[in-house]
Design a binder for this molecule. Sequence first.
Ligand code: ZN
Length: 254
Amino acid sequence: MGLKFALRMSVKHIQVFSDSQLIVNQVNRAYETKDEVLKKYLEKVQSLISLFDDFSLTHVPREENQVADQLTKRGFPDFHQHQTFEKPSYECSEIQSSDQTPCWIDRIINYLKNVIHPSNQQEAKKLRLECAKYVLISDELYRRSYAKPHTKCLRPGEAQEVMKVIHQGEYGTHARGRSLVIRILRQGFFWPNIHKDAQTFVEKCPQCQYYADMQRQPVVCGGFVVWGLDILRPMSAAIWSYKWVLVAVDYFTK
Ligand SMILES: [Zn+2]
């Protein structure tokens, strides 16, 4: 799983450390793998390793693996990625999307795989320039980024799902406009009409529209419809020697 993420981030040279002596020796072919299931995992790992320019796997005893342990505990939010497999990873040749309706992604993939060659020279040049922004990694399309990790290209159905989770999901804050787009890009996703689609999505979000209508209603009454003042008694050890706390509440509606 970690190797897949590294490939998606366009890592070419990687040094892997593991505290499992068994796995290290099996991958490095020091031990023979007899178990049929483990053989399948090993095959999968070897095919992923072949995609790196440079790969090494070293055994680190558990007690010496404290740096990695600390990193996982402390965490770097931007690099946290989780993936759930519905079946053993050796059975997933690639993580396929259920949404396979032909879309902009296929046109670029077909060009990168040399399936299409526009006969019109101008069209061919345009397509070549457009496709230069993308790269195929394990048959999945990513938009190149030189300063940051590549972003995964999404089909329209997948884009809707991602917007739903980021905008309305459990940790969604109903972000809109540029803020919503930045969140989507930060999560590592991309599609060409991202700004327009994000705006349309927010316009259709029932909660956003409900509160937008409320905000458009004129405020009928001014301030001080109801107000209250609480005085808290002298504080013994308040900051900067302040003794009294006054809490004023001003209600705009009754
Ligand atoms: Zn919303």
